[in-house]
Design a protein around this ligand. Structure first.
Ligand code: SF4
Length: 68
């Protein structure tokens, strides 16, 4: 579900509304760290969409945790 970028970061291929997919990714990720409350957008607490390593892009987001 990821595209590896040249800088080593990963871009999520599910876009910005794949709630179950993003939650599933975070469940499997040991690097998940909940972001501050105002940055959290998903109902599921543990979701890439709520992770402090997530940076929104135009169509999706990238994960800044290179080994995450
Ligand atoms: S570190 Fe990356 S893959 Fe892991 S939960 Fe956060 S955004 Fe998702």
């Amino acid at each position: 579900m990821w595209k590896i970028l040249k800088n080593g970061c990963r871009e999520y291929l599910g876009g910005q509304s794949d709630w179950s997919g993003a939650a599933n990714e975070a469940l499997q990720c040991v690097s998940f760290r909940e972001d501050v409350e105002e940055e959290c957008v998903a109902d599921e607490v543990r979701s890439c969409y709520n992770c402090r390593y997530r940076r929104w892009t135009e169509n999706s987001f990238i994960c800044l945790h290179v080994s995450g």
